[in-house]
Design a protein around this ligand. Structure first.
Ligand SMILES: Cc1cc2nc3c(=O)[nH]c(=O)nc-3n(C[C@H](O)[C@H](O)[C@H](O)COP(=O)(O)OP(=O)(O)OC[C@H]3O[C@@H](n4cnc5c(N)ncnc54)[C@H](O)[C@@H]3O)c2cc1C
Length: 565
């Protein structure tokens, strides 16, 4: 069973404490029940109960304190953090958000050389605190070069911080808000910590109308000494980017958690609803919608889990995760939107009802592609890897699944976030070539045509500078990377050929769609258009396989999970 089912929890953990954390968290939400979760959502109630619970059980302390800084069992272990992410979003994005921004806030702290601040953070985690990441500013969005928060040096060697931050989660109660600014005079970047309780810290407002507090805050001559500085110059810049590298990975899990709960709700509703003397799940188009949603959701999970293996095994010599993480961020979260679109056509009017999880899912799933770098920003990043991915592979040792109880040290010493175009990858084609599954074979033919497009009808200088054109190209490249890791992980998780074939059925259709978009770009040449047509393929049809996937994988889940009232 690849999807999370909180009522039949069976995931592997290397130790009891990790399992205990997941089971207790599930129990907390199931006891709270759907009605209260929904009532709190409607009334935008601050989630003090969840924060009390995590404090009492020392959840964030165990999961977010690196080994050596906390009690026994504390470690930064992506394997278990993945599932914690998934469980929180399964019950509500607001609960996930307070955890997520704590992850982000801790990023510049655990990367810092300032031992005093690291010890302080560890103690605060132990005491049940949450954290915040003050990077964004109202006027600048993705353009963090234009940061205006300023540290002005004083004659006594201290600084005064002045400026405003916008969209900062937890900034209403984090005793250490990791804040990004510039030193006046030199323009050097700096990360420092601010305390929301200080009288020179003004909490202006919650800029959203939700359970979460997403703050606008201002610092007015806020005094900062060396003891509060986390990093400066290149180190501070790297800390910002490297924190986002770690944090944006979690957004994929938020989408997976939301889609999984919404899937259970939609199929249960459809299977039990009778129209014209039959079940809604007897309609062929409903079966197709649910099968597609299921196949997409399984692919989201396989890809995201496999990307974690690369993240956990990363080193200065192996930085392949720098491609896979933006793919999680951009592709998995937009696939999440697609899954909800498909399910909504099945659950229809019920999806608007106030006591459904679905109504929250339909609203919240839209957030994930937009946070921590938009889809465009991530595709622009992804295309930097394309040349080496296709044309300059390198041998790496086989990478096993990583579910061991290790502390992921490298995430906090990633080094300068540059040289992306030089990163090499293992041969992407071998995962596809090893498979005899019909739709994988079709997909491989499309991939070969795309590779020929790049090699023979290479985008010219103008096209390479045209972001609109590059985004279309980037969609196809992203889909190929997606397919590769899905296949790698299908083997590891023992996903059978029927389901793999069903997954590649939608992958073949998606690649055809993206090829048509590239074909239609204003600057595409006759040669490029010809190659695009070769990429358009029909998936292999196999009614028996489709029937088995529907019966054994999809319809089989109709009564698998229902949340406690
Ligand atoms: C609910 C919520 C919570 C948040 N929490 C936090 C938080 O805790 N801490 C924090 O620091 N920030 C937080 N943010 C900010 C979030 O990370 C930003 O919204 C995000 O970085 C994008 O900025 P923007 O939305 O202002 O878009 P803009 O940067 O204004 O982008 C506008 C358009 O330009 C495009 N664009 C911009 N740059 C590029 C590029 N390089 N290449 C291609 N296209 C580009 C975008 O894709 C978009 O279409 C939060 C935001 C929200 C809504």
């Amino acid at each position: 069973m690849i999807l999370l089912n909180p009522k039949a929890h069976s995931r592997f953990y290397p130790d009891m404490r990790s399992r205990d954390i997941m089971l207790k968290t599930i129990e907390f939400f199931e006891k709270k029940g759907r009605r209260r979760i929904k009532a709190d959502d409607h009334a935008r109630v601050w989630y003090a109960d969840f924060l009390e619970f995590q404090k009492a059980e020392r959840l964030f302390a165990t999961l977010l304190t690196p080994a050596g800084y906390g009690a026994a069992g504390c470690r930064w272990d992506t394997w278990r953090n993945c599932e914690f992410n998934e469980i929180l979003a399964f019950y509500g994005l607001a609960y996930w958000y307070t955890w997520q921004v704590s992850v982000l806030g801790l990023g510049p702290i655990w990367q810092s050389q300032n031992e005093g601040l690291k010890r302080r953070a560890a103690q605060l985690l132990q005491d049940g605190a949450v954290f915040a990441f003050g990077l964004s500013e109202r006027k600048h969005g993705a353009d963090i070069y234009s940061t205006e928060m300023t540290l002005t040096p004083m004659p006594d060697g201290t600084y005064r911080a002045n400026g405003e931050k916008y969209y900062i989660g937890n900034a209403n109660l984090a005793p250490m808000v990791s804040t990004f600014g510039k030193l006046s005079g030199t323009g050097d970047y700096a990360f420092f910590v601010a305390d929301y309780r200080h009288r020179n810290y003004e909490l202006v407002q919650n800029v959203t109308d939700s359970q979460s507090y997403v703050a606008q805050f201002a610092l007015h001559d806020y005094p900062i000494s060396e003891a509060e500085i986390l990093s400066r110059g290149q180190e501070a810049w790297d800390a910002a980017l490297n924190t986002v590298n770690v944090g944006k990975y979690n957004l994929g899990w938020a989408s997976i958690g939301i889609c999984t709960h919404a899937f259970y709700e939609a199929i249960r509703h459809a299977a039990n609803r009778r129209l014209y003397n039959m079940s809604v799940t007897d309609f062929p188009h409903v079966r197709q919608l649910l099968t597609d949603a299921y196949a997409r959701l399984v692919a989201m999970k396989l890809f995201t889990l496999r990307a974690a293996d690369y993240m956990r095994s990363a080193s200065p010599e192996d930085r392949r995760y720098l491609l896979y993480n933006p793919v999680v961020k951009m592709k998995v979260t937009t696939q999440g939107e697609e899954v909800i679109n498909l399910l909504w056509d099945v659950i229809a009017a019920k999806g608007f009802e106030k006591d459904t999880y679905f109504a929250m899912a339909a609203r919240d799933i839209r957030a994930l592609p937009k946070l921590e770098g938009t889809v465009h920003v991530n595709i622009a990043l992804i295309v930097k890897f394309m040349a080496n991915y296709f044309f300059n592979p390198k041998a790496y040792p086989d990478l096993p699944q990583r579910s061991d109880a290790a502390n992921d040290d490298f995430l906090f010493r990633q080094g300068p976030a540059k040289g992306l175009g030089k990163i090499q990858f293992h041969d992407f084609a071998s995962a596809f070539q090893a498979s005899q599954v019909p739709n994988v074979r079709s997909f491989l033919r499309q991939v070969d045509a795309f590779k020929e497009f790049l090699a023979m009808d290479t985008p010219d200088d103008a096209q390479q500078k045209d972001v609109d054109f590059l985004l279309a190209l980037g969609e196809i490249f992203t889909l190929i990377v997606y397919g590769q890791l899905v296949l790698e992980n299908a083997g590891i998780h023992g996903v059978g050929n029927d389901l793999v074939d069903q997954i590649f059925d939608f992958m073949v259709r998606d690649l055809s769609r993206f090829a048509l978009q590239l074909y239609s770009k204003p600057s595409s040449t006759a040669g490029q258009m010809e190659r695009c047509l070769k990429m358009i393929q029909k998936p292999a049809v196999d009614p028996e396989r489709y029937g088995r996937v529907w019966r054994d994988h999809v319809f089989a889940l109709r009564d698998a999970y229902e949340m406690s009232e």
